[in-house]
Design a protein. Sequence first.
Length: 345
Amino acid sequence: MQTRKLGTTDIDVTLICLGTMTWGEQNTEQEAFEQLDYATAEGVNFIDAAEMYPVPPRPETQGLTETYLGNWLARRGRRDDLVIASKVAGPGNGLSYLRNGPRLTRAHIREACDASLRRLQTDYIDLYQVHWPDRSTNFFGKLGYVHNPDEDFTPIEETLAALDELVREGKVRHIGLSNETPWGIMEHLRLAREKGWPRVASVQNPYNLLNRSFEVGSAEIAHREQTGLLAYSPLAFGMLSGKYLGDTWPEKARLTLYERFSRYTSGRGADATRAYVELARSHGLSPVQMALAYVNSRSFVTSNIIGATTMDQLRENLGSADVTLSTEVLEAIEGIHQEFTYPCP
């Protein structure tokens, strides 16, 4: 499988990254092991987790995803062959049970990292990411920044200093951001440059045919600063497969099980999805593989984080790495994008 350089590091990661957020909720440990065995046999070397996983987050399941991954690593003995990524949670999002409400302070970051290392049964994390900012800004679908000069938040300087400690101690090799804005990316880079602290290697933000907002302010940064995108939700929570069109709700499907995931189910989202699905089928393409192949083809993307609950889904997702979209299809995608511009940011 094709690989791309992770930022300015010496690490090569596969174009497809195996996402894990269903493990412990929709997937059992045995199913997680099956996914890992298959994906790594197909050449995938990049696995992405987080301390808060699985999603939707619950106190009863928190940390199970990392635990499953750690158990697999312990049994297979392949740690040094793989690039393992995880994340420290920011404040809010109903996580009061996690450290009495997670923050991005030095104490919280150190505690979170140590707990992740224990669950993963490893001495180091290759890529340790800030899951979302401590400050209030535009992420998780929020548009229209509203400034609060009196807001109490952990300064980025404190967060980055704590991550620097973890890198110097050998617990973390490289750092990344997630759900971050252009200003936040550049502020991390500025502080790293001025303080001699670790440089952001990647930014993990949503990116798919229904949400191309990363292109507006961050794609240029990804190129010029070598902070490539780790694209999450490349299928818009499965919406772009077309399985939810016609007001159908397949049994055990993610959007059927969890009503909270409404980001991609708006009327315009459904209309745009229908147009993309019809385009794929008119060219003899799987809607899933067309949507993923489009993400794969973007020059600012370092890796495409796919997630699956069944082995059939995993096989189809991984197959997208071998799909090259024609100029005709790419032009048609742009035409649909002009009609449905960012329907689900």
